[in-house]
Ligand binder design. Structure first.
Ligand code: FES
Length: 106
């Protein structure tokens, strides 16, 4: 099982065992990672699953879709590496991937 690392803005780390095929958001919520609220359940309409993907894994995930980009545009504290974690599927290639949470999500 790939291990995904979520780091809160405070620096607190959460390492979770994720299932291949689920979304990164699902891996976070099923492990009670604070700051990933996922209000829309993964339908790309809330941006409460926003996180910054560490650049080392940027080429191991699908590219940002138009819908995701539009939602990120409306999110707080965005950066060039902002992603909606509900739009990223867990694969073995994501083992060790780091997602940092914006200060606005705690
Ligand atoms: Fe709502 Fe990701 S869970 S946009």
């Amino acid at each position: 099982m790939p291990r995904i690392v979520f780091i809160e803005a405070s620096g607190k780390e959460h390492v979770v065992e994720a299932k291949v095929g689920e979304s990164v958001m699902q891996a976070a919520t099923s492990n009670m990672v604070p700051g990933i609220l996922a209000d829309c359940g993964g339908s790309c309409t809330c941006a409460t699953c926003h996180a910054y993907l560490d650049e080392r894994w940027a080429d191991k995930v699908t590219k940002v879709s138009e819908d995701e980009a539009a939602m990120i545009d409306g999110a707080l504290d965005t950066q060039p590496n902002s992603r909606l974690t509900c739009q990223i599927s867990v694969t073995e290639a994501l083992d060790g991937a780091i997602f940092r949470l914006p200060v606005s999500q705690y």
